[in-house]
Ligand binder design. Structure first.
Ligand code: M7G
Length: 374
């Protein structure tokens, strides 16, 4: 076990959310019911701020109803405090807008201030591209880039040194080699176990990501897996076999951490192109201790990310998309094939128009494609 660390509290900035001035909307995700906004806090200066609002998921206890004349436990939707506006009732169907009590209306809000260009890029909707990163590409392109340009790890070190979020720590093993801190992720509202989202942040500071893992880290990874399961089962009553534990590649923050949430909840960022299950990682290292130094790892890059430009200099990433966008769809007439049903009565311009729409989705469609993945 390591010695207790200096736990001098770090002074946090304070801002009045109600004074936020909107510059533009970065994303509006109607599936996740979240919106990311770029703006400023004029009282504090001209630095950019990002505010994210996300409606909370329903807690099952909040829909409890009274069994007899006794009133249901608060907060509950079904109390006399519920304000109901009837939109219409048609036969057996009714449509209403209801406003529950204050306790049930809260919106989870995240503020990043001051926000850097990298934060703005991360919270904006943009085109995404898959990169197949060989060990050589990692060494030549990704590693130098992430060494020179990455998000600050200050918040991670504040947690590890007990300077911030100390009261939120769920479990800690202080061993410098195999220890870690388990605590709620920024994304979790902390109220609803259905949407539980914890982070396991390792104490070791020299593991940037999955790429650095090797056989010597197996004890650490096994410890994170077992101790987290035990702690979560004890504290939240979740069966360990119902937990999803995974790494992101590429992560946003290059200090090894495991994401943990219940499998029954589609947490943000569980896409297959970004997530690597802890179980699989352990197994790969058991089979081949240098697996992650030899593997080609796919990952996603967003338009606007400088790393994408660096990869583009080596590989034609956007160029390929451009070519296929520009390419005329084969004309079914010239192929001697009957046009598909639904196109047959249209003028050629109408058809062309539909093809263009399919090739470059409207913002709404593009957004829903992002949402489907998120
Ligand atoms: P990642 O895989 O590096 O990045 O995960 P991404 O998932 O954001 O792409 C970092 C995780 O740390 C995310 O799930 C964040 O929500 C979480 N996180 C980020 N910050 C700045 C904080 C923080 O200050 N406190 C806590 N508890 N979690 C954070």
């Amino acid at each position: 076990m390591s010695e207790p660390v200096d736990s001098t509290e770090v002074k946090s900035p304070s801002y009045d959310l109600s004074k936020f001035q909107l510059k533009r909307i970065l994303t509006n995700n109607s599936v996740r019911k979240s919106i990311s906004l770029l703006g400023t806090f004029p009282d504090l200066g001209t630095d950019d701020a990002i505010v994210v609002f996300e409606k909370n998921a329903y807690r099952e206890s909040d829909v409890a109803t009274a069994s007899s004349e006794e009133s249901p436990k608060k907060p509950s939707y079904f109390t006399a405090d519920l304000k109901v506006d009837t939109e219409f009732i048609n036969n057996i169907y009714g449509s209403f807008q209801v406003v529950p009590t204050r306790d049930l209306c809260s919106v989870k809000s995240t503020v990043i201030y001051p926000a850097t260009e990298k934060h703005i890029e991360k919270y904006s909707v943009s085109q995404k591209y898959l990169i197949r990163e060989t060990p050589d590409l990692y060494q030549r392109i990704t590693l130098p880039y992430l060494t020179s340009s990455q998000f600050s790890l200050e918040w991670v070190y504040n947690i590890l040194e007990h300077k911030q979020e100390t009261e939120r720590i769920v479990y800690e093993d202080k061993d410098p080699k195999t220890g870690f801190i388990l605590l709620p992720d920024l994304k979790w509202d902390g109220r609803n176990v259905e949407t539980l989202y914890l982070l396991g942040i390792v104490h070791k500071r020299d593991i940037k990501s999955l790429r650095d893992l090797n056989g010597s880290h197996l004890d650490l990874l096994r410890n994170v897996r077992q101790a987290s399961k035990d702690a979560i089962s004890k504290l939240y009553g979740i069966n360990p076999n119902q937990l999803r534990m995974y790494f992101h590649y590429q992560p946003s923050f290059y200090h090894l951490h495991v994401h943990i949430n219940p499998v029954r909840n589609d947490a943000p960022g569980i896409w297959c192109e970004k997530s690597h299950m802890l179980d699989t990682v352990i197994n790969n290292l058991e089979l081949m201790p240098d697996y992650y130094q030899r593997a080609t790892l796919p990952f996603v890059l967003y338009e606007g990310n400088k790393l994408l430009d660096l990869y583009e200099q080596e590989l034609p990433i956007r160029a390929l998309t451009k070519a296929s966008d520009d390419k005329e769809l084969p004309d079914t007439d010239s192929l001697g094939v009957a046009p598909p049903e639904g196109f047959s009565d249209e003028e050629p311009e109408d058809r062309q128009c539909k093809r263009i729409k399919l090739g470059s989705p409207e913002p709404k469609e593009a957004e829903s494609a992002v949402q489907a993945c998120a």
